[in-house]
Design a protein around this ligand. Structure first.
Ligand code: C5P
Length: 230
């Protein structure tokens, strides 16, 4: 079984706090996620800073605009040297094609299908898409693949159905990872091992590592669990 890559979510509001966190994580951190909060607070400087520390970066800005604007934005972000970024599948096929084309061969573009905060009632009554969240996610994933995207963000509980429908090469990037029972806002969760067994390629993990009393140890424990295959 292939071992997934752990991406630590740097969900902090400043460059200084992000650097502090990276230092606290020690040498085992190789991949990090920069989201809207950190990027809007610190701009491209955070990317330059993390690249100087030899980190690989998933830039989670969830782009969603007309194809031309998204393509131009992807071109700018590609120039910063990030490895992975994402767009909302709801932007449609042309927008995703424009993103994939602007990304070229080195930058992976991942589609956001349905946000995990969207339940079926909101999907049907507010967003206006009929059917289940899973069916909507699979439909969006098909569209993402047809448009040339590398994969989708999904719950680890959806990885199996995504791989079944889209093939094993189509990447599953999964947040919602909890090593133990945690009582927070993530509801549809699995352990790192379960996510790996389901076929997730990248595990995006934030608070179980960054809010732990010892983040370095928390990361090490997760990597050990994944390596051990237990
Ligand atoms: O702290 P936690 O492990 O819940 O962090 C998960 C990260 O993944 C957060 O940065 C969150 O914004 C992001 N994310 C998510 N669910 C999605 C998409 C992104 O939790 N569907």
């Amino acid at each position: 079984m292939k071992q997934p890559i752990v991406i630590v979510a740097l969900d902090v509001p400043s460059l200084e706090q992000a650097v502090e966190m990276v230092d606290a994580l020690g040498p085992n951190v190789k991949h990090v996620k920069v989201g809207m909060e950190l990027y809007y607070a610190s701009g491209p400087a955070i990317i330059e800073t993390l690249l100087r520390r030899d980190l690989r970066i998933f830039l989670d800005l969830k782009l969603h605009d007309i194809p031309n604007t998204v393509a131009r934005t992807v071109t700018v972000l590609r120039g910063l040297g990030v490895d992975m970024l994402n767009v909302h599948c709801a932007g449609g096929r042309k927008m995703m094609e424009a993103a994939a084309e602007a990304a070229g061969n080195t930058l992976q573009v991942i589609g956001v299908t349905q946000l995990t905060s969207t339940d079926q009632a909101a999907l049907n009554e507010e967003i206006g898409i009929p059917g289940t969240v899973e069916a909507a996610a699979v439909r969006y994933a098909r569209l993402a693949k047809a448009a040339g995207l590398s994969g989708v963000v999904c719950s680890p509980l959806e990885t199996a159905v995504i791989k079944e429908n889209l093939g094993s090469q189509f990447l599953a990037v999964t947040p919602g990872i909890r090593p133990q029972q945690a009582d927070d806002d993530q509801k549809r969760v699995t352990t790192p091992r379960q996510a790996a067994d389901a076929g997730s390629d990248f595990l995006v993990i934030g608070r179980p590592i960054t809010a732990a009393p010892n983040p370095r140890q928390a990361l090490e424990d997760i990597l050990k669990e994944l390596e051990g295959g237990q």
